[in-house]
Design a protein around this ligand. Structure first.
Ligand SMILES: Cc1cc2nc3c(=O)[nH]c(=O)nc-3n(C[C@H](O)[C@H](O)[C@H](O)COP(=O)(O)OP(=O)(O)OC[C@H]3O[C@@H](n4cnc5c(N)ncnc54)[C@H](O)[C@@H]3O)c2cc1C
Length: 464
């Protein structure tokens, strides 16, 4: 059969399996149908729920404004799929084009999309993690349990880790007037994602809202009572705090273990794919029938030196799923690259934080509008003399402009004049990101390309 004939048959009666039934999986399924795919579509998800939205889990759900089970993702169109919910994929046979499921079943595919996302990194001490009152927040079920306990009026909540999720949880606690302590290893909250200068603003915000913020400390142990309920946490500076809820917000782990022996280029940093969302195998050869999208993917971006970016961004999951789905059923000349401009938002302590570009890549920052002290500003981030990111606190209207600056690789420090530029915006300063070779739970973008500090993979070919 000709190439065109094969593609036509695939679109008409092919078998497509999507592993990961969440945001990226659902949006890819909808795009496949919108593109005219009429074959068999199977969605495999290890959670028992139909796809739901995660951003409200640390915001409206914890505030009691939206019940956890009312976060179902809106459907853009019918997808006529076979759902395998509550069923984890446990293995992949690339040669046979077959996915193994936990219940022993197998699914054959012509095209596979992997959208297995990330999971919350648990508290590393297993016995302490099992204490009643110790939580993580990633799923609808996590959010329902945590909300239930917050509504019962705890004496104090301890949040371990002041990245975006930890900071949003602390914000929800304060809005509910629950006393909260936040413990952060870095010098300030959000340092991994936004750097030290903006991190200081985040610290001021937390303290102004009554958070007992402790930076530069590690939690060294959790202590339970005789009934197995958490009651106390110990810190590396010798201090301790009594808390009846502990939320572990130490970042995320990519869901790639099920691919360990598959021969796919999958590991702790995600699944490497090309700009067209096709997965690489361990030899660095791009596959033609396995695609990746969402938080689990890492792909090169021309605007950021072709470094591989792992993005834990809602908008990226949607955009990459749409590109992957299109490419899965298109001829090579019609395939599209995934060139989405990274962007992210967060709502905490009454402030709307937005970001475009890749702040953790920056070496310098300049407050181009507004003032850090007023917690209302726009900061441009620079890398080797060009604008590569911008972050706004309650000034989102300027972001489109900065997005264009990033796209055009505009010079940094910015040469244009801006309204409301204050003396602090006259000279760039160090952006204050931690050493990239040090582990941090904070970044929402991880650069995993050829940076000299990057960890290298060693490949030992098996002898015959
Ligand atoms: C509390 C919270 C707040 C957030 N807030 C924001 C925000 O304000 N702004 C923003 O831009 N982003 C935010 N995000 C991030 C955003 O939700 C993610 O980027 C998005 O959910 C990624 O979608 P995904 O489909 O790639 O992965 P996920 O949503 O992680 O879905 C992956 C799915 O695959 C399943 N799975 C994993 N392994 C297997 C397997 N082997 N077999 C079958 N199924 C499997 C998982 O259980 C999961 O259901 C937030 C995330 C969380 C958790």
């Amino acid at each position: 059969m000709s190439v065109d004939g094969h593609l036509e048959a695939l679109r008409r009666e092919g078998r497509i399996v999507i592993v990961g039934a969440s945001l990226a999986g659902l949006r890819a399924a909808e795009t496949l149908r919108a593109e005219g795919f009429t074959g068999t579509l199977t969605l495999v998800g290890d959670e028992p729920h139909e796809p739901y939205d995660r951003p409200p889990l640390s915001k409206q759900v914890l505030l009691g404004k939206v019940p956890a089970d009312h976060t179902r993702l809106p459907r853009r169109r019918p997808i006529d799929a076979q759902w395998r919910l509550g069923s984890a994929a446990t293995g992949l046979d690339l040669a046979a084009r077959r996915v193994r499921l936990a219940d022993g079943d197998t699914l054959d595919y012509d095209r596979l999309l992997i959208a297995t996302g990330v999971r919350a990194r648990p508290w590393p001490h297993e016995l302490e993690a099992e204490l009643d009152g110790v939580f993580v927040l990633r799923t609808q079920d996590d959010a329902a349990r945590l909300h239930h306990r917050l509504a019962a009026g705890p004496r104090r909540v301890l949040v371990i880790g002041a990245g975006f999720t930890g900071s949003e949880i602390a914000s929800a606690c304060r809005e509910r007037e629950v006393p909260v302590t936040v413990a952060e290893r870095a010098a300030a909250p959000l340092v991994g994602a936004l750097g030290g200068v903006v991190g200081e603003v985040a610290a001021e915000l937390q303290r102004a809202h009554g958070v007992d913020l402790r930076c530069g400390v590690l939690v060294t142990g959790l202590e339970g009572d005789s009934a197995g309920r958490v009651r106390k946490a110990h810190f590396s500076d010798g201090s301790a705090v009594e808390a009846d809820i502990v939320v572990v917000a130490l970042g995320a782990t990519r869901n790639t273990e099920w691919l360990a022996d598959s021969g796919l280029g999958a590991g702790p940093r995600g699944i490497a794919c090309d700009a067209g969302c096709r997965a690489f195998d361990v030899r660095g050869i791009v596959t033609d029938d396995v695609f990746v999208a969402g938080d689990v993917a890492r792909s090169p971006h021309p605007l950021f030196g072709y470094q591989f970016l792992s993005l834990e961004h809602w908008g990226n999951a949607v955009a990459q799923a749409e590109v992957a789905a299109h490419n899965m059923v298109s001829a090579s000349a019609e395939r599209r690259p995934h060139l989405w401009m990274p962007s992210f938002w967060s709502a905490q302590f009454g402030v709307n934080i937005k970001s475009v570009g890749v702040p953790p890549m920056a070496d310098q920052i300049l407050v181009s509008q507004g003032s850090l002290a007023e917690h209302r500003f726009t900061a441009a981030y620079g890398y080797q003399g060009r604008v590569i990111a911008a972050v706004t606190f309650d000034q989102a209207k300027w972001l489109d402009f900065y997005e264009r600056q990033i796209e055009q690789a505009a010079p940094f420090p910015p040469e244009f004049t801006t309204v409301d530029r204050r003396p602090e915006g006259h000279q760039p300063v160090s952006a204050g990101f931690p050493d990239p070779s040090q582990p941090t739970h904070g970044p929402t973008v991880t650069l995993s390309g050829y940076s000299p500090t990057d960890r290298r993979v060693s490949f030992t070919p098996r002898r015959a």
